[in-house]
Design a binder for this molecule. Sequence first.
Ligand SMILES: Nc1ncnc2c1ncn2[C@@H]1O[C@H](COP(=O)(O)OP(=O)(O)OP(=O)(O)O)[C@@H](O)[C@H]1O
Ligand SMILES: [Mg+2]
Length: 274
Amino acid sequence: MTEIQQLKQQLQKQEKLASLGMLSAGIAHEIQNPLNFVINFSKMSDHLLSDLTAIVEEHADLLPEADREDLSDIVDGLKENMEQIKENGERAVSIIQSILLISRGKENEHIPSDICHIVKEYVRLSYHAMRANCPGFNVTLHESYQEGMPLVEVIPQDLSRAVLNVMNNACYAVWEKSQTATDSYSPEINISVAMQDNQLVISIADNGKGMDDEVKQRLFENFFTTKPIGQGTGLGMGITRDIIENKHGGKMTFTSTLGEGTTFTFTIPMSKDK
Ligand SMILES: Nc1ncnc2c1ncn2[C@@H]1O[C@H](COP(=O)(O)OP(=O)(O)OP(=O)(O)O)[C@@H](O)[C@H]1O
Ligand SMILES: [Mg+2]
């Protein structure tokens, strides 16, 4: 009976997550439009400023020296502000695109993707979700992205989900450890994306609470979770392994030491014959 109860709760949570997913895709989509306005108007204002500068320069001799300098400082300041608005607007668009990717991508379609960009975005999403949900959560992220990586054919919405699942667990593990650790404990997560021997290697290493033998054994079991009821479904790792190994023909491995931390590694072949 308790097992049925638990399964029921898990189903309810899944259902809630599914509708939340729908909702956030809708919101992301709606926010995209006003953001485009922000970006486009800041570009237009930048052009107007250039026109203004040209006119002022043409009649510069009509202005007293001091005013000329003030004017030029003000225009420079405005240009800088426009650039900031545009840059941050574009950053917001890129975040929204990543959210849409998860809910909108065609099922099982492999497309050439910028892996570093995907990983970066999802590391951030996970970090901010955790900060919003867990009081006192903090962690230092060390990220290393190999430069000049070629595009890799992956199913972007699935790969991003895999990264999110592992990142969420890593954040949770350092957060849990920080609840009981001494003050000198400094939560850290190392993320790296690189090419090795024609394979894509993504690794996420935390210095969190680590796993004991039982957890290691049961890690990929569906519904296995050590999180309190309502916090974890115990599906994350099973789904992630399916994504990496079955959908991408790769390998998902991990090492973990109780009390010291855990490292997950995805290895995905670059060649198309997956
Ligand atoms: N980085 C990690 N450090 C320590 N324990 C981990 C780590 N990743 C996973 N685990 C252990 O494995 C269990 C199963 O992980 P899994 O992601 O499948 O489920 P979950 O995180 O509990 O729930 P959810 O389905 O919401 O992800 C976790 O409850 C946790 O005990
Ligand atoms: Mg998880």
